[in-house]
Design a protein around this ligand. Structure first.
Ligand code: NAP
Length: 284
């Protein structure tokens, strides 16, 4: 039987730590860390994320602004808003909720966000800093996974780590953070051959594929730590991860559930990045 890594409890603990730091930040600088969230259009999932981010800000004592722009917003209008936020001293973190409507160029917008306010850590400058291990801001989901491992007392040093998925927001930075933590890392993707054999060698297996219950019991080594990043909504409405939990849980030593594992950490790490960005801005 695996120990369940309780993402909700760990997230709560990290938010309490952030809230305590915000109290000292306010005393020292007479202002609060500030986050601006920008959403364009009416995507219901994005609207839920934005609401949760706003609630997260309130919970830890941040100043926050949210901009809910019409679907028909032009590139120039969005660029101008980013520019305004770049120059606003109250704002230390800017988050543009993705995906953007098709007529808008995501890369152009993300490149315009000042790297020091890029609390999603998607700007190539921050991606490069992560690569060389000299980072201030970390991509939220992989950073959340590292905190879950750390708070669960799981040492990555020397461990065989297998990451399934190579996206820019999860798989690649996840692999990099595990490498920085001294893991021996293999990254798998849709063209990987003998995927199950590779997964079976993992001491730490991270699934970030986006395919419901893809990782089966026979793909996991006895005693492995299994981290499920996937969030998949079945036709029945049920939320499942990329790992077949009931098959894998009896073999794993630790496992993250879906929901309640990695998910709750992502916004918490966004708050942590905003606090980091605010401290750096103020200490300049
Ligand atoms: P993505 O951009 O679609 O990337 C999926 C990756 O999985 C790709 O690298 C793809 O390989 C690989 N893949 C797909 N089918 C595969 C197969 N049959 N065998 C091996 N690899 C395969 O997805 P993402 O943005 O990284 O997200 C992954 C999952 O995490 C999704 O369920 C998403 O909802 C979830 N997610 C959760 C959070 C959170 O807060 N918990 C945050 C972000 C994402 P190729 O590169 O070869 O196509």
């Amino acid at each position: 039987m695996a120990q369940i890594i309780d993402g909700k409890a760990i997230s709560r603990q990290v938010r309490e730590e952030i809230a305590a730091e915000v109290v000292s930040f306010k005393e020292k600088y007479n202002c609060a860390p500030g986050l601006a969230v920008v959403i364009v259009g009416n995507d219901p999932a994005s609207q839920v994320y934005v609401r949760n981010k706003k609630r997260g800000c309130e919970e830890v004592g941040f100043y926050s602004e949210s901009y809910e722009l019409d679907e028909s917003t032009t590139q120039e209008e969005l660029n101008a808003l980013v520019e305004k936020l770049n120059n606003d001293e109250k704002i230390h973190g800017i988050l543009v909720q993705l995906p953007l409507p098709k007529h808008l160029n995501e890369t152009e917008v993300l490149l315009r966000i000042k790297p020091e306010k890029d609390v999603d850590a998607f700007h190539p400058y921050n991606v490069g800093k992560i690569m060389i291990g000299n980072h201030d801001l970390l991509p939220c989901t992989p950073a959340g996974v590292m905190v879950l491992l750390e708070k669960s007392g799981i040492d990555v040093t020397g461990k065989k780590c297998v990451v399934i998925g190579r996206s820019n927001i999860v798989g690649k930075p996840m692999a990099m953070l595990l490498l920085h933590a001294n893991g021996t890392v293999t990254v798998c993707h849709s063209k990987t051959q003998k995927l199950a054999d590779i997964c079976r060698e993992a001491d730490i297996l991270v699934a970030s594929i986006g395919k419901p219950e893809f990782v089966k019991g026979d793909m996991v080594k006895e005693g492995a730590v299994v981290v499920d990043v996937g969030i998949n909504r079945l036709d029945s409405g049920k939320l499942v991860g990329d790992v077949a939990f009931s098959e894998v849980e009896p073999k794993a030593s630790y496992i993250t559930p879906v929901p309640g594992g990695v998910g709750p950490m992502t916004i918490t790490m966004l708050l942590k990045n905003t606090l980091t960005a605010a401290k750096i801005a103020r200490e300049k």
